[in-house]
Ligand binder design. Structure first.
Ligand code: GDP
Length: 296
């Protein structure tokens, strides 16, 4: 395993105890270690740069007090700055709109979009007593539509009957209509993913958004995404305008740097995290815990 940032900064800075304030030179060495730690935690390079600049500003001139070691002091500055950037605790899904509230799920294939759609539907049904309808808009992969139907059946959530030959936008419109007629509170649209971002995908998402006027557009992304995280989040946000992020596979052994990257480039909140394959493996996002994990 890697050394913790605390260990690394300790060996660089702790000799300075009793020396007044941190100088530019002391901080420069420390920032090299902060940079290394963030890159090892899979934070994207451009985000690392911006972040270390901010921390540097706070750390230069900070007074070294006797009670805490200089290394600990800088780790605290880094930690607080990470928490500030990652956002507030437990934002959750916003249902504050006229029924049926439409939630559009977007993301790459394999990110966990279908599973997360079903997890959210199950939670809204069980915990919040909402009447939820799910619809798969993945017309290219019948298996994906069948997967959502099965997850819905398992979780006791209705899914829109599959009609062969309809376009994704037609299915979206049919889902909203069926929800209105059936008295549903929430409609979850599980859109198609691709293995990479391309123009047809973005055009399809934009058209679905236009037809279904979603209240929430959630980008589902794998927490293990590395340098691609920035591109992914920026593309979806600029083209579609997401309202929040859901990070899946937070149960994996990655350090979760993608959370920081995606939050930094979009400014959109991380609303929920996926922590396993089971339907109840969906949790609130806690910035403090992710900051601890990034720092190791
Ligand atoms: P989609 O292509 O984006 O719809 O992805 P799926 O929902 O089909 O998920 C792909 C795989 O990832 C499935 O085997 C899921 O069970 C798994 N998966 C989804 N979310 C999580 C998670 O939070 N943790 C873990 N460990 N696996 C997940």
């Amino acid at each position: 395993m890697f050394d913790t940032l605390q260990d690394r900064l300790g060996s660089i800075l702790n000799g300075l105890t009793g020396r007044g304030a941190l100088s530019e030179k002391d901080v420069a060495g420390a920032m090299r270690e902060v940079r290394r730690a963030l890159l090892e935690a899979d934070v994207a390079l451009e985000v690392v740069r911006e972040f270390t600049d901010k921390v540097r500003e706070k750390a230069v001139g900070a007074t070294i007090v006797k009670a805490i070691k200089p290394g600990q002091m800088v780790v605290k500055i880094v930690h607080d700055e990470l928490v500030a950037l990652l956002g507030t605790d437990g934002v959750g899904i916003d249902l504050n709109a006229a029924s049926p509230v439409v939630i559009m799920m977007v993301g790459l294939q394999g990110s966990g979009k279908t599973t997360t759609s079903a997890k959210i539907a199950a939670r809204l049904t069980k915990r919040d007593r909402k009447k939820v309808l799910m619809a798969s808009l993945d017309t290219r992969r019948p298996a994906a539509q069948e997967q959502l139907r099965q997850l819905g059946a398992q979780a006791g959530v209705d899914t829109l009957p599959i009609v062969a030959g309809q376009s994704p936008t037609d299915i979206a419109a049919r889902a909203v209509q069926a929800a209105k007629l059936g008295g549903f509170d929430v409609v979850i649209l599980d859109t198609a993913g691709r293995t990479h971002i391309d123009e047809p995908l973005m055009a399809e998402m934009a058209e679905i958004k236009r037809r279904a006027t979603p209240h929430e557009i959630l980008l589902v992304a794998d927490a293990l995404t590395g340098q691609d995280a920035v591109n992914l989040a920026r593309n979806f946000d600029e083209r579609i305008g997401i309202t929040g992020l859901v990070l899946t596979r937070m149960d994996g052994d990655g350090r979760g740097g993608a959370a920081l990257s995606m939050r930094a480039v979009t400014g959109k909140p991380i609303k929920l995290i996926g922590t396993g394959e089971k339907m109840d493996a969906l949790e609130e996002f806690h910035p403090g815990r992710v900051a601890d994990r990034i720092l190791g």
